[in-house]
Design a protein around this ligand. Structure first.
Ligand code: PAF
Length: 279
């Protein structure tokens, strides 16, 4: 696997690949890789000739400096995992390579998307995501961009970004990978204590309850019962709601099309999000 730290080197390498007619698949990450990320590499390898992964802990998308400082960075393990998955290129820039000093994150017209749910609880988060993903897409210019359903609102934001800015990449949203007990794989799981991890199992329980019981209760009843499942000394709920998965507008009934149930909680001091498609 080629390890590159300078965008000019990556651009140069990829120009050669494009000129040979090779297609490029790209997965942007912040490292602390898990099998969810590796499933993206595998998917990218099936449909593209060259697979590029980036690892960059993007400071502008953290609205909380402690969260940024605590973000896990097991770089050598990440490299080993990418080599085993036969990823072709790892792009691992320094902050100074991606940002000018005092650069302010870009804003694009995300309509209501940036203001609700994750946008509401993490002000400025999506400006940071949009800024870094635009920069990465400009550098990599992939044929296909692979992202995980686990960050569902981010998927909607990136879809909108690609459309608004006319990037040529197709966005491929890959299903969330779960532990056998239902916990969605997340880099943040590394920060959970044993007790917090046990409490965190209530998140997927609440989501699957809604999916399984959708025909049997009204939307309000479903959400009320799901909140009941989440009750735990270690859990603080930020939101649990049923939304349209592209617009993040709250669903008013269980029969709307394109619905997802989305949830965010603090489990101890660790913030976790998850979601399920309901159709
Ligand atoms: O999902 C992530 O890991 C990040 O938000 C992303 C897309 C790599 C942008 O920093």
């Amino acid at each position: 696997m080629l390890l590159l730290k300078q965008s000019a080197d990556l651009i140069n390498y990829l120009e050669k690949q494009h000129s040979k007619g090779f297609s490029v698949g790209f997965l942007p990450t912040m490292g602390a890789l898990h099998l969810g990320h590796i499933s993206l590499v595998e998917k990218a390898k099936k449909s593209c000739d060259v697979v590029v992964c980036s690892i960059f802990v993007n400071p502008t998308q953290f609205n909380n400096p402690t969260d940024l400082a605590k973000y896990p960075r097991p770089f050598s393990k990440d490299v080993e995992m990418l080599i085993s998955a036969e990823c072709d290129v790892l792009f691992h820039p320094e902050v100074g390579e991606m940002y000018f000093e005092h650069e302010v994150p870009k804003q694009i017209n995300l309509a209501g998307l940036a203001k609700v749910y994750e946008g509401f609880y993490r002000p400025g988060h999506f400006d940071g995501v949009v800024t870094i993903v635009s920069k990465l897409l400009e550098i990599v210019n992939p044929n296909e961009l692979f992202i995980g359903q686990k960050d569902l609102q981010q998927c909607a934001v990136i879809n909108k970004l690609v459309l608004e800015k006319g990037f040529k990449s197709s966005v491929v949203i890959c299903p969330t990978v779960r532990e056998k007990d239902g916990l969605a794989l997340s880099s943040r799981n590394l920060l959970l204590s044993d007790n917090e991890r046990t409490a965190a199992l209530k998140i997927s329980k609440a989501l699957f309850f809604i999916k399984e019981e959708i025909q049997n209760y009204s939307l309000d009843e479903l959400l009320f019962k799901a909140q009941d499942i989440l009750i735990d000394d270690l859990i603080t709920i930020e939101y649990i709601d049923v939304v349209n998965r592209n617009t993040f507008i709250k669903s008013s009934s269980v029969t709307d099309n394109g619905k997802a149930v989305v949830v965010a909680v603090f489990c101890g001091k660790v913030r976790l999000i998850d979601n399920l498609f309901l159709d």
